[in-house]
Design a protein around this ligand. Structure first.
Ligand code: FAD
Length: 336
C-alpha cells in the first residue's frame, strides 16, 4: 500500500499531534503514523505551567517570558477544538514562599501569598487524554497505526517504510518520535541530533482522593487533579528509558503528595513515561537542513506547555514563512 499526503508526521505525542492539527488547520493533508498505546504525553499531568516551571528551574527572565508566550497560544488551540482549559492557577507550598513570591513577581508572574505558601493564576492545566483524542481527529489529519522502520530521502521526496512492509511517500516529514532512538536511514547529521536527545524517565501515581481546586506543588512532588482523583508525581530520572513501575518510589510519592493535601487516598495505577530533553531544556522545532525534514522533539517536562508553540514553529518552517521570534531558540541546528 502506498499513499502520498502533503506531510507525514511520525509520532502521535503532544508535539506530533499539535503539529498535525496546526498543519491541518492551514489546509495541508497530514498523515500521522504511530504504533498506538501509551506515550509520555498520554501519562503526563497536563500542567501548562510557565510560572512554577520557571521557579523550579530558576529560569532567566527571557526564558520565563518564552514559556509564558507558549502558554498564551493555548486558549486559541483549546477554543478551536473545544478542549477544556483549566485556568485555575496553582498553589506552591514550601518554607521559602516569600522568596518564591518575590522571584515569580520579578519574572512577571502573578503570585499571591496563601496560608502555606503562594498561589499563582499563571499556571493552567489540560486533560491529556481528551486532548490527544481530539487533536488526532482534527480536520485534515489522518491517523495510521504503525511503526516507521526506515526513512529514506529519494530526490525530492521521502520514502517512509513501516515495519510491516507498508510504504508512504511525501515531500515533507516531521519527526516527532519523543525520546526514541533515531530511525534508520537518516543522514548522519540529523541522526546525530536525534541521538543527542536525552531520555528522562518519569513516574507518577494515580490516587483516588478528593481533588484540590487547583494543582498543588512543592519542590519534590506535585498533586494535579485527574483520573477520578489526582495524579501525584513526578520523578526526573535522566538516562533511563525503562518503563517498569518502581513501587517504592510510588509509595514515597503518594505519601508526600497526600501530606501536601493533608488527606487520605487510595493509590491506583503507577504510570511511567520517558521525556526527551536537550541540554538547554528547550525543544528542537523546525527544519533540519535536510530538504523537507523537520523536527518536533525534546520538550523535556514541558511538552504540553510547549505543544502549540512547537506546532507553530514547525508549520511556519514547512511553509517557508518568516519564523516567529521564538523560533531561533528552538532551532534544531543550534547545537551543531
Ligand atoms: C510522569 C510525567 C509527567 C509529565 N507531566 C507534564 C506536565 O504536567 N506538563 C507538561 O507540559 N509536560 C509534562 N510531561 C512531559 C511531557 O509529557 C513530554 O514533554 C511530552 O509528552 C513529550 O511529547 P512528545 O510528543 O515529544 O513525545 P511522546 O509523547 O513520547 O510521543 C512520541 C510518539 O512517537 C512515537 N514513535 C516513536 N518512534 C516511532 C516510530 N519509529 N514510528 C512511529 N511512531 C514512533 C511513540 O510511540 C510515541 O507515541 C510529563 C512527562 C512525564 C513522563
Amino acid at each position: 500500500m502506498a499513499s502520498s499526503p502533503d506531510v507525514i508526521v511520525i509520532g502521535a505525542g503532544v508535539l506530533g499531534l499539535c503539529t498535525a492539527a496546526e498543519l491541518g488547520a492551514r489546509g495541508h493533508a497530514v498523515t500521522v503514523i504511530d504504533p498506538g498505546g501509551a506515550n509520555a504525553s498520554s501519562i503526563a499531568a497536563g500542567m501548562i505551567a510557565p510560572a512554577l516551571e520557571s521557579l523550579l528551574d530558576d529560569l532567566s527572565p527571557d526564558r520565563a517570558a518564552l514559556l509564558k508566550r507558549a502558554r498564551d497560544l493555548w486558549p486559541s488551540v483549546a477554543g478551536s477544538y473545544g478542549l477544556k482549559l483549566h485556568r485555575d492557577g496553582a498553589d506552591w507550598r514550601g518554607a521559602n514562599a516569600q522568596a518564591a513570591s518575590a522571584r515569580l513577581q520579578a519574572l512577571g508572574f502573578d503570585a499571591r501569598p496563601s496560608e502555606n505558601g503562594l498561589t499563582t493564576s499563571d499556571d493552567w492545566r489540560i486533560d491529556v487524554g481528551p486532548a490527544l483524542t481530539t487533536l488526532a481527529r482534527a480536520p485534515g489529519v489522518t491517523m495510521v497505526r504503525g511503526r516507521v522502520a526506515r526513512l529514506l530521502g529519494e530526490g525530492r521526496r521521502w520514502r517512509v517504510e513501516g515495519g510491516d512492509g507498508r510504504v508512504w511517500f511525501s515531500s515533507t516529514v516531521v519527526l516527532a518520535t519523543g525520546a526514541d532512538p533515531s530511525i534508520p536511514g537518516l543522514a548522519d547529521g540529523v541522526a546525530a541530533i536525534v541521538s543527542g536527545v536525552q531520555p528522562i524517565r518519569g513516574q507518577l501515581t494515580a490516587v483516588v482522593t478528593a481533588a484540590p481546586p487547583r494543582v498543588v506543588r512543592a519542590a519534590d512532588v506535585y498533586v494535579a487533579p485527574g483520573e477520578g482523583g489526582v495524579v501525584i508525581g513526578a520523578t526526573m530520572e535522566p538516562g533511563r528509558r525503562d518503563l517498569e513501575p518502581d513501587a517504592a518510589e510510588s509509595l514515597r510519592q503518594v505519601k508526600a503528595g497526600l501530606a501536601l493535601l493533608g488527606g487520605d487516598g487510595e493509590a491506583g495505577a503507577v504510570r511511567v513515561g520517558v521525556r526527551g530533553a536537550t541540554r538547554d531544556g528547550l525543544p528542537l522545532a523546525g527544519p533540519t537542513g535536510e530538504p523537507g525534514l523537520h523536527l518536533a522533539l525534546a520538550p523535556r517536562r514541558n511538552g504540553w506547555l510547549m505543544g502549540p508553540l512547537v506546532a507553530q514553529v514547525v508549520a511556519d518552517g514547512i511553509e517557508g514563512r518568516a519564523p516567529v521570534s521564538d523560533a531561533a531558540a528552538l532551532d534544531p541546528l543550534r547545537f551543531a
